[in-house]
Design a protein around this ligand. Structure first.
Ligand code: 3UK
Length: 534
């Protein structure tokens, strides 16, 4: 391994043992990286050097910011970190704020200074922040003043976190403004850790996934190059927080890597998202499946003619949603499965290669297979566990669960999939979400897809409910659209609808109507909460 630039070797010291690493593959010409690289140099300084300094990098409600201006701001913040906050390469820096230009500059500043970014979702509470800070032994923090409350509550339990600055605070903003606009990026090894992303996992202690400077660049050189194919004129927009690697890629790193621009918006409702697309003339949208469903219903209210490509990830995209959105917008959604452990998307498709009901194919650079219980490959059509390999992969920070995610060099994402004869992967369920009822294997998301194709259903979640006779029964939680009313007649109608659309034994024997479903900040349905609903 190339000599590290990290004076503080905490991250390196807490990498999993080599024998537990996944196999990394760099099969494509664009994945041949030098031994030393700083991802901020590639994403930002090299773009300025190549003559793109005057192009717009970030758009926001506060105005526009060119590549040159972003570089200057990131440099000032890097100087703040090093000169005023004593940051040493390898120190972990907590980043906290909504998606906006300051937050983007902060990410780049930490990369530049050789620090390790630890993004935190805006909705995290003090208890969750404390766990992250202590697990990653975070020493520094840059935080938006408007999100300081939970961090301040966490501080008494975070003794190592001593250097904290809040921006949008006159003093810090002046301090940043007074820093020099030049900065010499730390010459990190391509294999120095650049970020620790905590999983948005729904149960258990949070897991920190460690990604190298090389990984940040590799995520830009895989999914975008083969599926999204952005140009310099694209304007990216979307909802995932930068603390979620789906957002870090889609709303910061991808646009910069391609000399394009990103429109950063702090908060979204379906309406404000469409307003923002209209206002910024955005061309590429990143968001979660449920949002596409909501957008389809109000599409006609806005002029969205600028929008060309839409990426959906985080959860399975039911075909009913793909079709609904296509009817409303004329756009074929690009579905992609990614994971925090893998940093970004590894199975997807270009819009013209979308296949109904499938997530897509392994994208160039990655290999994906479906394995049975013995670790052997399943035949096409047979359900099993998804396993992937590529230029990125899982390295948990000091965590015994490493040997669960990585086996025989494969990353096991915890998803049950079927591969068809053409190498398309068809999502079934999270492996621990499979419902076994009277001997049948039933994938909750398939039942959800069937329910969603009924005009009355706005949202739904399907889980197995323990049952003396059948082991489990299929239970659906259904949120109805405004103009429909709950009741036995509706239950019967939905059950019959499912029976007509998929194998009848999969129909939900129980249906409960709800006004909303529990979701994570990243848009994932929290099925474990539905399972524990009495
Ligand atoms: C599920 C999907 C079906 C799947 C993520 C894009 O979601 C991301 O990361 P997380 O660590 O969750 C990973 C798990 O989420 N999933 C994600 N996308 C899909 N299931 N179809 C999909 N298209 O269970 C996976 O194992 O929160 C997504 C980019 C970066 C990411 N971190």
């Amino acid at each position: 391994m190339e000599r590290t630039a990290h004076a503080d070797t905490f991250a390196r010291d807490n990498l999993p043992p080599r024998g537990q690493w996944p196999e990394f593959r760099f099969d494509l010409p664009e994945l041949q990286y030098p031994a030393r690289m700083n991802c901020a140099t590639v994403l930002l300084d090299d773009m300025v050097k190549a003559g793109h300094g005057a192009r717009i990098a970030i758009r926001s409600l506060d105005g526009e910011c060119t590549y040159l201006q972003l570089q200057a701001q990131a440099n000032r913040m890097a100087n703040l970190l090093v000169r005023a906050m004593g940051l040493k390469p390898g120190n972990r820096v907590l980043l906290r704020g909504p998606n906006n230009p300051m937050m983007a500059a902060a990410w780049l500043a930490v990369f530049k200074a050789g620090g390790i970014c630890v993004g935190t979702m805006p909705l995290l509470r003090a208890k969750e922040l404390t766990e992250i800070v202590n697990k990653a032994e975070i020493t520094h923090a840059l935080c938006d003043r408007r999100l300081d409350a939970e961090l301040k509550l966490a501080l008494p339990s975070c003794p190592a976190l001593k250097e904290i600055r809040y921006w949008y605070d006159d003093e810090t903003d002046a301090l940043i403004g007074n820093q020099p606009a030049g900065f010499k990026n730390v010459n990190t090894s391509a294999e120095d850790v650049a970020l620790i992303a905590f999983t948005s996992g729904t149960t258990g202690k949070p897991k920190g996934t460690m990604h190298f400077h090389r990984d940040v660049v590799a995520m830009c050189d895989c999914f975008p190059r083969s599926c999204l194919k952005p140009s310099m004129d694209d304007i990216f927009i979307g909802s995932p927080p930068l603390a979620f690697t789906f957002g870090l890629g889609g709303l910061l790193c991808f646009p910069l890597r391609f000399g394009a621009s990103t429109a950063l918006v702090e908060k979204f409702t379906p309406d404000s998202m469409l307003e923002a697309i209209q206002e910024f003339k955005a061309t590429i949208l990143f968001t979660a499946p449920t949002m596409y469903r909501a957008l389809a219903g109000i599409w006609g209210k806005y002029d969205l003619s600028s929008l060309k490509k839409c990426v959906s990830a985080g959860e399975a995209l039911p075909d009913a949603m793909r079709q609904l959105f296509k009817q409303a917008s004329g756009i074929e959604i690009i579905d992609g499965i990614g994971a925090t452990e893998m940093i970004h998307i590894f199975i997807s498709h270009a819009p013209e290669h979308a296949r109904r009901g499938a997530t897509g194919q392994a994208i160039p650079g990655y290999v994906a297979v479906v394995l049975d219980e013995n670790g052997d490959r399943c035949a096409p059509g047979q359900i099993g566990r998804l396993a992937v390999k590529g230029p990125t992969g899982c390295r948990y920070l000091a965590d015994e669960r490493q040997s669960g995610y990585v086996q025989n060099g494969w990353n096991l994402t915890g998803d049950a999939y079927v591969m068809d004869m053409d190498g398309y992967f068809i999502y079934q369920a999270r492996t621990d979400d499979m419902i076994i009822s009277a001997g049948y294997n039933i994938a909750g998301p398939e039942v959800e897809g069937a329910l969603l194709s009924h005009a009355a259903v706005a949202e739904c979640g399907v889980v197995g409910k323990p049952d003396d006779e059948r082991g489990m029964v299929v239970k659906a939680f259904v949120v109805l659209k405004k103009d429909f009313s709950a009741g036995d007649a509706m239950k019967k109608e939905l059950q019959d609808h499912v029976k007509r659309n998929i194998a009848p034994y999969k129909y939900p024997r129980e249906i409960e109507f709800a006004t909303a479903l529990p979701r994570t900040e990243t848009g994932k349905l929290q099925r474990f909460k539905l399972r524990t609903t009495p």
